[in-house]
Write a protein that binds this ligand. Structure first.
Ligand SMILES: [Zn+2]
Length: 159
C-alpha cells in the first residue's frame, strides 16, 4: 500500500522539478541577473514553495512510517527537486537521512523567492535551542556534524 503510494509521490516530485528549458527561459541574459537580484529585494513571496511547484507537505508520510530506504529515497528526490529550482539548502553535510527528512519536507511550507540566474539560500538553523538538526548541526556545542563513520558500503552518497 505504502510502497504504491510512494511510487506516485516520487512521480509527483519529478513532475514538480523545474526543467532546464524553463530556467533558461527566465534567464535570458547577463543583464537580467541584476534585474532579478533587484526584484528579489522588492518582492515578498506570497506563496509557499509547495504551492509554487505543486507539492503539498501533507503528501509526505512522517519519517516514522517509512523505513530507512524510503526516507533516503524521498530525501534524495526532494534535494534534486530543490536543486532544479535553484534552492541552496544549508544543511550539515553528512546528516542522516532520518534527521534531514523533516527539514527537507518543511521547505515546501516556506515562502521563498524563485530565481533563475542565481541561487536562493535556505537556512534552517536558528542556533542551538531552535535548531531542527540537533546534535548533527555545526551550531551545537560538542556536536559532531561529520563523524568519521563508514558510509554504508557500496552505496553512493544520496545527495
Ligand atoms: Zn544548527
Amino acid at each position: 500500500m505504502l510502497a504504491r503510494y510512494l511510487q506516485y509521490l516520487h512521480a509527483d516530485i519529478r513532475q514538480a522539478e523545474r526543467s532546464p528549458e524553463e530556467v533558461e527561459f527566465y534567464a535570458p541574459g547577463p543583464e537580467s541577473w541584476l534585474a532579478e537580484a533587484r526584484q528579489l529585494l522588492i518582492d515578498d513571496p506570497k506563496t509557499t514553495f509547495g504551492e509554487r511547484c505543486g507539492l503539498a507537505p501533507e503528501a509526505f508520510p512522517p519519517a516514522g512510517r517509512l523505513d530507512a530506504r524510503q526516507v533516503e529515497g524521498l530525501g534524495g528526490a526532494l534535494k534534486r527537486l530543490y536543486r532544479s529550482w535553484h534552492l541552496d539548502l544549508l544543511m550539515p553535510e553528512c546528516m542522516p537521512a532520518q534527521a534531514a527528512y523533516p527539514a527537507l519536507v518543511s521547505v515546501l511550507e516556506k515562502k521563498l523567492p524563485i530565481v533563475a540566474c542565481g541561487w536562493v539560500v535556505v537556512d534552517f538553523c536558528e542556533g542551538e535551542a531552535a535548531c531542527p538538526f540537533g546534535q548533527h548541526c555545526f551550531c551545537q556545542e560538542g556536536g559532531q556534524p561529520c563523524p568519521e563513520v563508514d558510509p554504508e558500503p557500496g552505496k553512493d552518497e544520496w545527495y
